[in-house]
Structures are given as structure tokens and as C-alpha cells.
Design a binder for this molecule. Sequence first.
Ligand SMILES: [Zn+2]
Length: 530
Amino acid sequence: MAFRVLPAVLILLALDSACVHAPTSRVPTEYGDVRAGTDAQAHQLAAMVHDLRPRIQALLPDASDRSIDVWLDAALARRAGPGEAGIAALTDLSAGRIRISGEAEGIDVDFLLAHELVHALMGESWEPLPAIMKEGLCDAIACQLVPDAGPLARALRMFGARFAFGPQELLLSCTEPSFGGRWSARILISGPEIGRRGPLEVISLGGHGVRLHEELQDEDVLYGYGLLLVERTIQRIGISGLHELCRRAERLGAEVVPEEWVLWAADLDAQPETWERALVEAIGPREFTELTRHLDVGLADAIVDNARYRFPDFNGQEFLRASDAMLQLRGADLAVPLVELESLSEQVLSAWAARAVPAMSTREVAWHVDGEGPRLGVMVAPEGTAPGFRIDWMRVEAGSAALGGDGARLAGLLGGERELDGADSMVDMASLRFGVDGEGPWLVSAMAGGFADYRVEVAGVVVADLTWGLNTRLGVDAEGRSTVTSRLDPLLALDQAVLYAQEANVLISQRPMDRPTTEQRFPLHIPFRR
Ligand SMILES: [Zn+2]
């Protein structure tokens, strides 16, 4: 399942050329004027400036003490064109002014303010630092000074940058409810479909920071590269070591710190795999939690898509308990239990409840799409007066048309016709036949590749099990498929069977030999005859 995200938060450094109106409330501070729409907001913002500015000056080598005005200005967010993300913050060095539009995509105002203040306070000796690393330094210091906002900001930056190397994938792995096998599904997350520059294409660009570009809108990856480079460099040689690289570049007359120095300092190389790996390693448990909170609705949807029909008779809570579901970013060592991701678990519960598996009586057809593609289920009642029914579940092969135009085939199925016309686009997943003979009710399950596991439970008691050799007779049907035949309780009234009923008393679980981690689960309600 794929869904799209727009994880970029734009924090821009630009000439504030648009017509600017100052917000009305003004609080003068020793660092410059603070303005906002109301007195309360202006005082709150002034308190943030008082808190952050001296700490930035203490942390940042060669910090300037220039006077900077700070505005909280909602008009900034409205400047975006149609379809564009709003602008969260903007620093205009020539005007000596920082404008912040307010909280953006869950990133707090104090984080945005810290980021912009670092831009504004970097002394001239920082000039040779590559533009993306100036952004990275602003983010790295903001993460340190505003620790509550750090994990989400870092997660969005690193996650965003990974889009340069293709769509993102999350791996969902779960335990099957009957046989306990582990299976996994890939959840594809695609970002905005734009061309993105690789890290080596932008690593040597100079300037004060990342600028809004007319053609390229790949800011999401640039911020991520920058933060990755700076955090890894600070870990190895500290902010003073990073600053020293700038001074040495200046002494050598280099306009920008050379690429080799930057890669050396961050312990990276020119290989895309190295970058992908480093970006995913930077997403630790707290970042992962924040990332899944940020994407919770889409992710929950994809998880439920993948798991719902494997746990048809489970409610959401039971699924969370029984599945032992884990999530992992592609290429990451870190795997986190779904139940530990609170916000995502809550969304899974509500998506699960909203996506109940509909009950099916005979002569009904159900049709769903999940992580493995479209499926078609049919409950067929036999012709004439014989009691019994058949369940067919088929996978519709990728590339075949949606069933819209296949009315004739459906009609054929419902009429009990044995052969599927044009069945080449349908792959048998399961075929279960129930009937009655002189000895009572029977069940024949047929599977093309044979059975890895097969079990029937009636009222919670195992009455047939292939591994135990209990009540299972193996055979081959007319179509060459492997079959397992079991006798059923003589009191079961087959003509009243309902598949996926709320209160199931007959449960058939099976796993195909060729796909042993694809457990198929058929909970049925079949009343007992009195
Ligand atoms: Zn910036």
C-alpha cells in the first residue's frame, strides 16, 4: 500500500521582498524589537528570545551580537502559492528581521525561532560553511536548545532526505494468529514526485542558507543532508572543529569548505548507500516514535489494509495483542513494537473498527484489496436440494482489469459453474467445499501447491489437524490440486453457514506449501441442528 506524505517544513532564508506590514503589538528587548498580533503573544515571544539568544551566543563560536527584530506574523504562511507548503519562518539579514508564521506541521515556534536566530547570529568566519550545512547547524543547535521539538524535526529532516534515494518503505511484521509464523509486508511511502539532487550535487554550494528555488523544490532533501552532515561532524570534532574547518578554508582562500573535508569530518563518502544508511541510523527510537505519530493516519490505514483479512475474527485490541506487530524502516536495524507507538496504535484501532470484514452468506460475493492486491471471495450454494456450499478465494493478478467488466464471470460463479472462464487472471488462493454424505458432513479443502498446515476447530476444539494426522485424508482433485478431507460434527447445519460471522464456531486455518507465511483463516458460524 502506498500513501503520500509531504514531510518538508520550509524554513527559509530569503530577501523579504514582499510588501511587509509590521504586526501591531511591540515589546522592545535588549536584542531588538519583538512584534506579534497581540500583547500576550509579543510578551511570550520576547521571553523565548530572552531564553534562546544568550544560549546560542554561548554555543556558537564567533556569534554576532547584532540587533535582530523578531515578528510572529501569520501573513507569512499565506504567501505560499496554490499547492505549495506554507513558509514557516524567514530571516532577512539585510532588514535585521526574523519572521515566524507560527507552529508548522507540529514544529514549535521556539524551534523555528532558534533555527532562525542561529542564521542571524553566525559571524562572518562561518561564511565558507556550505549552505546546506548552515541549515544543518541551525537545526542541530535548535534540536539541542529545544529538546522537546528535536526528535520530530530530526525525524522529518532525515526521513525527507531519504526520498532522494527512492520511495520510502516501512516493513510491517506480524505473527499469524493460528500457526504462529511471522510474515511481513512492505508499506510504501511516496513523497512529492519531483526530481531531487543527490548530496554530492549540493554539498559545495555556498550562500547563507537554502533558498526557495524556482524549478527545484527539493528543499526537503537539502535540509536532511545538512543536518546529517553537521550532527555527525559535531559528534566527531565538536562545533569548534566545524568552525575551524571554515577558518582553515578561508585561510586557503577557498570560498566554500572543500567537499573532501566535509565528507571526512562527517565520516561519509560519495556512495549513495552510505548516505541512505547514515540517514536511517540517525532515526533513533524517539525520532521513529515522532515520525509514526506524524504519519499515523496514513500508516494505520496501510497496516489495517495489510492485516485485516489475516485476522478477520479479531477486534483491534486482539490484533494488537496477538500479532506482536513490529515496524521498521527499510535498511534500519531499529524495529519498534507497534503497541509501543501510542498514537499509531490508536489510529490502528479506529481504522480496524471502521474496516470490519463483512459477513457472507451463500450466494454472496465479497471483494477487497489489501497489501497483496485485489481478492475476490465467493460463497456458492450447490444446485438442487443437496445441503452444502463452497468458498472460493481468488487473487486477481496484477495487470488484469478491475472486476467492473467481469459481470458475466461473476454470474457464472454465482450460478455454481465449475470452470472459470478466462481464469488466467485469477489465481486460486483457497477452495473449500462443504457437503453431506451417508456418514454426515464433510469438508474438502483444495490448494494447488499443497498444504504446509491445515487445522479445523469447532467450538474452540481442534477436530482436524494435518501435522497431528488427525481427521485428515490427503488426496488430489480432478484439477490436480492437493486436497485434505475431514469429517465434521454431524449436528452442523451446513445450509445456514455464514462466513466471517461475528460469533464464529468453526475455524479453518491453512497455509499453502509454496507460501508458508500466508496463513488463510476462515471463521464461520454454522448453527448446530437440534
Ligand atoms: Zn534556515
